[in-house]
Design a protein around this ligand. Sequence first.
Ligand code: ATP
Ligand code: MG
Length: 267
Amino acid sequence: MKISIDAGGTLLKIVYIKDDNERVFDKVPSLNIDDFIEDLNKNHPDADIYITGGKAEYMSRKLNHDVNISIEFDATYIGLKQLMDEQGLHIEHFVYLNVGTGTSFHQAGPDGQKRAGGSGVGGGTLMGLSYLLTGIEDFNEIVSLAKEGNRDEIDLKVHHIYAGDASPIPGDLTASNFGNIKSGDRKIVRHADELQAVIALVAETVSTIGINLAAGFETEDIIFIGSTIRDNDVMTDIINRYVSLKGMKPHIIKNGEFSGALGAMFV
Ligand code: ATP
Ligand code: MG
C-alpha cells in the first residue's frame, strides 16, 4: 500500500492507494497528528509513505518508515494537474489559489508553476473570526448556519455610498466588508448573518487576489482548491459570482484539497 499525505496547518489530507490501485481519501485534524503517526507505525509498518506540507518533517522524524518528502508547492501542482485531467479541464495557462489555513497563489504554465505570493486571509481566518464572533468552532456548523444568514446589514455596498446616484461600478459590489455596522447594531445581528459576512470577507478577498493575478498573467482561468471551499456553498457562490462578474472563469476542482497529497507520491 502507498500512503500519501499532505500534512497542513489544520488538516492532514491522506490518500491511500491500495494494492489493487483503489484510491481512498481521508482527513484527520492536524491536532491529532501524533495519534495518526502511531497508527501508521503500528498498523502500516510496510506501507510506502510520501509526505508533503508544513508538518512533513515533523512526521518523518516520528515515523519508523523511510519517508519520501516533497515540497508542497511542487506536490500540489502535480496533484492538481492530475485532478484537472480526470475532471476534463484541459488548460495549461492558468492561476490557482490554495485556500488552506492561509492562502497561497500560483501561476501555472506549460513549464510548471510559480508561487506568486500568499495571504494570511484564508480558512484559518474563517475559523478564527467565526469563533470570536459567535462561539461556534465546527467548520460544518459554520458553513451550514452561514447559508441561512443575510449579510446585507453588515457589509457596506457600493450603492449604500452612492445612495441612489449612478455609480461607476455595480452597486451590489461590497464597498467595505463589515463596513455597514453602526454603533448599537451589535444586538440585532444574528450569528447566521455574522458567519455569512465572515465567509464573504474571505471569499471576496481571495477572489480579488485571483482576479488581479489572472489579469497580470493574461489568463481568464482561475482555479480554487483547499479545504476551506469544500462543501462551502456560501464561499463558492461568492467566488463564482465575483470572478464571473469580471468576465473571468472560476473553476472549483472536486477533491481539490487533496492535490498535495495526490501529487506527493509523484514528485
Ligand atoms: P496550510 O496549507 O495553510 O498549512 P491546510 O493544508 O491544513 O493548511 P486546508 O486543509 O486546505 O489547509 O484548509 C484548512 C481550512 O479548511 C480550515 O481553516 C477550515 O476553514 C476548513 N475546513 C474544512 N473542513 C474542516 C474540518 N473538518 N476541520 C477544520 N477545518 C476545516
Ligand atoms: Mg495545505
